[in-house]
Ligand binder design. Structure first.
Ligand code: HEC
Ligand code: HEC
Length: 295
């Protein structure tokens, strides 16, 4: 018996290995997709993972909550524990409830989730991507870590807009459109790199990617870092940078002149970006209107 079945098993195994090696990236499972987006592109941990005094993410505490800051006009904000711990995290939430929280900013008990969780970006996540993130979150290691609730001094809206239940999958074969999707709804590069409209909290999209936002690196109270102009302007933006230079700044936090970026720029997460996705985002950034810095 053994003598006859073994070679067949080996042959099947060899064929399966071959198949796996040839499987294109698009055939990744839902959980693989969710893990990649959560840990790299969407960088949920840039807010939901506690950071040390140098603003670097604390190892072993991924997504366990605790990044906090105080902002005049907003209040004292704490990013919650989103690991599946049943007492201190979201372990009692269903996948559909997590999807609704990410997209629409509503918790299972009906309360509204406040800023800066970026709903204006996440309501454009495709059905597959938001489901993948929710499914993945339910599989990460539960971490028991109680964090205080946010204390908003601003009045939260009663909703973050019409309830979103369906968003088509973007075309992955249109590099610029897919790069716009990654740099917009998923990674939200636009959120930190675009100035706000005067007197408001809305992004000034006419000046998209021209930088100039003052951001708090979490974990470093009192420190303010200004986001940079990443439009193709040759003087003020990154127009003269090569693709490789933009990649190094984005994934390693090192500029062409060798100086280092503050981890207020989430490169500790972006180091896991896939080459094709970085290419798509850079190709898209090269198409946005060049802008000058506004003094
Ligand atoms: C810019 C910071 C930021 C980013 C990025 C961010 N979040 Fe949040 N998130 C928050 C804050 C702050 C809250 C809590 C707001 C409040 O207290 O009402 C929150 C709340 C949540 C909640 C509700 C948890 C609860 O117990 O109320 C979930 C679920 C969640 N985020 C998931 C995610 C996922 C998944 C991602 C990545 C796709 C993500 N967040 C990215 C800041 C962020
Ligand atoms: C949480 C806010 C935030 C997000 C999200 C963000 N950035 Fe940044 N980025 C910054 C800040 C702040 C700086 C400047 C840091 C410094 O000067 O030390 C910066 C700097 C950069 C630089 C260097 C520019 C220069 O002139 O030095 C590049 C390139 C860049 N970001 C690209 C990106 C891309 C691409 C994405 C999306 C994948 C992105 N950023 C998402 C905050 C952010």
């Amino acid at each position: 018996m053994l003598g006859t079945t073994l070679p067949a098993v080996v042959a099947i195994f060899a064929a399966a290995t071959l198949l796996a090696a040839q499987t294109p990236a698009s055939a990744e499972t839902l959980l693989e997709r969710g893990g990649y987006l959560t840990k790299s592109v969407a960088a949920c941990g840039r807010c939901h993972t506690p950071r040390d005094g140098n603003s670097n993410p604390i190892a072993g505490m991924e997504l366990a909550g605790g990044a906090e800051f105080t902002e005049p006009g907003t209040g004292h904000v704490v990013a919650p524990n989103i690991t599946p711990d049943r007492e201190t995290g979201i372990g009692r939430w269903t996948q559909a409830q997590i999807v609704n929280a990410i997209r629409n900013g509503v918790r299972p008990d009906g309360t509204i989730i406040g800023p800066p969780m970026p709903f204006s970006a996440y309501d454009d996540l495709s059905d597959r991507d938001v489901t993948a993130i929710a499914a993945y979150l339910r599989t990460v290691k539960p971490i028991r870590h109680a964090v205080p609730k946010s204390q908003y001094t601003m009045t939260l809206p009663t909703s973050h807009g019409p309830t979103v239940t369906h968003v088509e999958e973007p075309r992955h074969d249109d590099r610029i459109a897919y790069g716009a999707y990654l740099a917009g709804p998923v990674a939200h590069c636009i959120g930190c790199h675009t100035p706000l409209r005067e007197g408001g909290q809305q992004l000034d999209r006419k000046r998209a990617f021209s930088g100039g936002r003052q951001l708090h690196p979490y974990g470093q109270p009192g420190v303010l870092v200004m986001s940079r102009n990443v439009t193709p302007d040759p003087e003020d933006g990154v127009g003269k940078w090569s693709d490789a230079e933009i990649k190094r700044a984005t994934t390693a936090g090192i500029r062409p002149d060798g100086t280092r970026l503050s981890p207020a720029m989430p490169y500790p997460w972006y180091k896991g970006l896939r080459a094709a996705d970085l290419d798509a985002m850079i190709a898209y950034l090269r198409t946005v209107p060049p802008q000058k810095n506004v003094e």
